[in-house]
Design a protein around this ligand. Structure first.
Ligand SMILES: Cc1cc2nc3c(=O)[nH]c(=O)nc-3n(C[C@H](O)[C@H](O)[C@H](O)COP(=O)(O)OP(=O)(O)OC[C@H]3O[C@@H](n4cnc5c(N)ncnc54)[C@H](O)[C@@H]3O)c2cc1C
Length: 441
């Protein structure tokens, strides 16, 4: 509510507004337990804060196209205000709503509260979207912000509808609501200056953990940028990540197939393996590579994974197992509390080498040296793979290289309490290079 341009305009222009949320079955089913739970916590908090002002959230379920037009008719709405979303699903939904209202007395006004700059606002000299991130970033910094309206004092009225489902008893990733999100942002201000030194170390709290708030809109990217600023190297490095976020949103707006089709078409000629057991071992965090397993377990248990580890686990699936990146994209999108098609699709394309400005395909992460470099004392591994906890800082990265006595001393039985590596990295490297060469010529 504090930094939402659609809400601001509505409350400024009209004496009475309806705050409507539509529970779309398709979206609720697509969201895994973490995102669904987090969403419900946020919605309850939103309802409570609207109630303290005398109103409340109006909730409907069903496809948004029908639900929104129904409410608009019931209250004789003069304007429908919304923030755009850029996925193929969201665009179809918004087009349905706009189409259904076309012959009615309800006008539609669209804002872009989910991004810093709206798609189409950051262009190259020749008027297109940059296919390389750095020039996009430069332009992004130079682009003037479309002003957002200031909010007003409208009364929020509710219309009867559905009840908000009660979240299941599981622990939510973060506490719900806007005040909690702003508290996280304020807390981050204490640490943001260290970002260049800490952001790559999964064993410390070195990143903002704001991704889910940005995804749900409990805090807007523009507000984060505003509060953090760019006046230290740490702050500038952090804000650069918000430009990545915009870049993928702009790319999705241009290419709605971002989560489904390689943006460099040659990459769809790669002959991926069908290996359901290996895919399952990856999902469960039982690959025998400790950093990969730690990341996949953190994802399964909490709905979040550290960015460095997302890169390593994604690379492992694509390059070590030669499994189609779309399998990983789907799994992440379902489980991630911050999962969204633009960021997830874009980053998976990046990991596979298939997207714009992606890492060259022959740059293949070694999961063991990534582990030694970014989790040098094994803090992160020990947290998520406790069965390796007794190993020393050096041995923890590669238990399969230890002798029987060392393993026994740490209480590990390879192949039983902890798996043998499901693939040999060196051989897998040769295999993927051959597959890429064959596809790309
Ligand atoms: C395979 C893979 C899948 C990913 N899927 C998602 C996803 O579904 N949703 C999502 O929000 N992020 C995704 N990311 C990007 C990144 O991992 C997360 O945004 C980040 O880990 C969130 O933690 P944080 O808020 O502490 O990040 P911070 O380091 O504090 O970064 C601040 C913000 O910048 C943005 N950001 C940071 N890194 C990236 C990036 N690489 N691409 C785009 N935006 C970025 C996020 O909004 C983040 O909250 C993915 C990365 C990879 C490698």
């Amino acid at each position: 509510m504090a930094d939402n341009p659609a809400w601001a305009r509505a409350t400024d222009v009209h004496p009475r507004v309806v705050a409507l949320f539509v529970l779309e079955p398709e979206l609720l089913t697509a969201a895994g337990p973490h995102r669904r739970r987090q969403l419900l916590h946020h919605l309850h908090a939103l309802h409570d804060s609207l109630r303290t002002e005398g109103g409340g959230l109006t909730v409907r379920s069903g496809p948004a196209g029908a639900a929104v037009t129904e409410v608009a008719r019931e209250v004789d709405a003069s304007v429908l205000y919304l923030n755009a979303d850029y996925s193929a699903f969201a665009r179809r939904r918004d087009e349905t709503v706009i189409g259904a209202l076309a012959d009615s007395a309800t006008a539609v006004e669209i804002f872009h509260g989910n991004v810093v700059h709206e798609p189409g606002a950051v262009l190259t000299k020749s008027g297109g979207l940059s296919q390389v991130f750095s020039p996009f970033h430069r332009r992004w910094q130079q682009t003037a912000m479309t002003p957002w309206p200031a909010g007003g004092e409208a009364e929020t009225i509710t219309v009867p509808g559905a009840d908000l489902p009660v979240p299941d008893g599981g622990e939510s990733y973060q506490s719900g609501g806007e005040a909690a999100a702003w508290a996280r942002l304020n807390d981050w201000l204490e640490r943001v200056d260290d970002y260049p030194d800490t952001h790559d170390i999964p064993g410390v709290e070195g990143t903002s953990r704001l991704s889910a708030d940005l995804r749900f809109g409990t805090v807007a990217a523009r507000a984060v940028l505003d509060v953090v600023g760019t006046h230290s190297p740490g702050r500038a490095a952090f804000v650069r990540q918000l430009a990545w976020r915009d870049w993928w949103a702009h790319t999705l707006a241009e290419r709605p197939d971002l989560p489904y089709r390689a943006l460099r078409p040659d990459y769809d000629r790669i002959r991926w393996r069908t290996a359901p057991d290996e895919l399952e071992a990856w999902k469960q965090g039982r690959t025998g590579y400790p950093l990969v397993d730690a990341g996949m377990r953190q994802l399964a248990q909490t709905g979040w994974m550290h960015n460095r580890v997302r890169m390593v686990t994604a690379s492992f699936l694509v390059k070590d197992l030669l499994i189609d990146w779309r399998e990983g994209e789907r799994h992440f999108r379902r489980l991630l509390v911050d999962g969204e098609p633009a960021q997830n699709g874009g980053n998976w394309q990046w990991a596979a080498g298939a997207g714009p400005d992606a890492a060259p395909y022959f740059r293949i992460f070694n999961p063991t040296s990534q582990s030694q470099k970014f989790d040098p004392d094994g803090t992160y591994i020990r947290c998520w793979v406790p069965e390796l906890g007794e190993l020393d800082d050096k041995a923890i990265h590669e238990p399969s290289k230890l002798g029987p006595l060392e393993l026994a001393a740490a209480g590990i039985r390879l192949g039983d309490t902890y798996p043998e590596p499901i693939v040999d990295h060196k051989a897998a490297r040769e295999r993927i290079l051959a597959a890429y060469k064959q596809a790309l010529g």
